[in-house]
Design a protein around this ligand. Structure first.
Ligand SMILES: [Zn+2]
Length: 317
């Protein structure tokens, strides 16, 4: 069976539906993983009143629109993040098909095309989950960053990236964030300027896109992150850290008050190394924003537009 034997329209519809359904599952991941809950059990239930959600009210995007953003059970407001993540799942699934699978030569074996689709679809799903988790909690689960890097290494042969390029890319990707922002920055400021999670994301970028890709992803994320910060600041909005981080810190301080002398000394030693432990400073450049979503945006750009094309635009014009 060859790729050209499948009608593209049918493939597009299938990819869109699959993306919406998996987008719906991503909402479960984004809600439960940071809370240490299982993504398999229990089945979907209302976050407010715990009532189970019947299947037809779980239809991606449509259910949210029909119910006007409220839960059918108790009428609690459901965040626009839910249909948004579902829609992103659908769009990215079609993008993987369109840009990475249908771009393959027509004589490509169907099985090979399917493997290319699955590998990239799994990657983009993981990245979307990581972006939303990082926005809310300022951390990136290892299962996604390290797991994604290993997936990149494992799939390098079918992606026509020599495995040595993938391995070196991952290594260099990790070092370009870890060395300057963790090792060197810590020497001067006492604690790292970027989390280890960001280093693991650039490692993922390198494992999928090689050394040039990792460099583009770090540079592209820095430029786009700076632009986004500028836009927010110029529009007169105050940059604030995510609520969950503030809440966590307040809780920790309450717990500290109740600890014994020894326990407290131990926890304070650990906190000294945590970049999120202090109250954020005010002012541009001091703002505490998640960098992960910008790295992820740059990875998606590189993946879909192709690093050759992007580097071509940048170097040759
Ligand atoms: Zn409810």
């Amino acid at each position: 069976m060859l790729l050209s034997e499948f009608p593209p329209v049918a493939l597009r519809i299938f990819a869109a539906l699959l993306g919406l359904v998996w987008g719906s599952f991503l909402n479960v991941v984004i809600h439960r993983v940071p809370r240490g809950m299982s993504v398999m059990r229990p089945a979907s239930h209302c976050p407010a009143c715990q009532a189970p959600i019947v299947a037809y009210r779980n239809i991606p995007v449509v259910a949210w629109l029909v119910l006007r953003g409220r839960a059918a059970c108790c009428g609690v407001r459901i965040s626009v993040r839910y249909p948004l993540v579902e829609a992103i799942g659908g769009v990215l699934s079609v993008a993987v098909l369109e840009m990475l699978v249908l771009a393959l030569p027509p004589e490509t074996p169907a099985l090979h095309a399917l493997m290319i689709y699955i590998a990239h679809f799994a990657l983009v799903l993981g990245l979307v989950a990581a972006a939303f988790i990082d926005l809310e909690y300022m951390f990136i689960p290892d299962a996604i960053s390290v797991g994604g890097a290993l997936l990149g290494l494992a799939t390098s042969p079918i992606r026509e990236l020599p495995w040595t390029d993938s391995l070196l890319g991952g290594l260099v990707g990790f070092i370009i964030v870890w060395l300057p922002f963790e090792v060197i920055y810590s020497k001067f400021r006492g604690k790292p300027g970027m989390g280890r999670g960001d280093a693991k994301l650039t490692m993922l970028a390198g494992a999928w896109l090689g050394i040039p890709g990792a460099l583009f992803v770090l540079g592209g994320a820095a430029v786009q992150g700076t632009l986004a910060t500028l836009v927010v600041v110029l529009s007169g909005k105050q940059l604030t850290e995510p609520e969950a981080i503030t809440r966590e810190r307040e809780e920790l301080h309450r717990e500290l008050d109740q600890m014994s002398e020894d326990e407290r000394a131990e926890v304070l030693r650990e906190l000294a190394l945590d970049p999120l432990a202090d109250e954020p400073e005010r002012g541009f450049g001091k703002a505490r924003i998640a960098f992960g979503p910008f790295l992820i945006l740059a990875i998606l750009e590189c993946l879909f537009l192709g690093k050759e094309r992007i580097l071509g635009w940048l170097w040759v014009g």
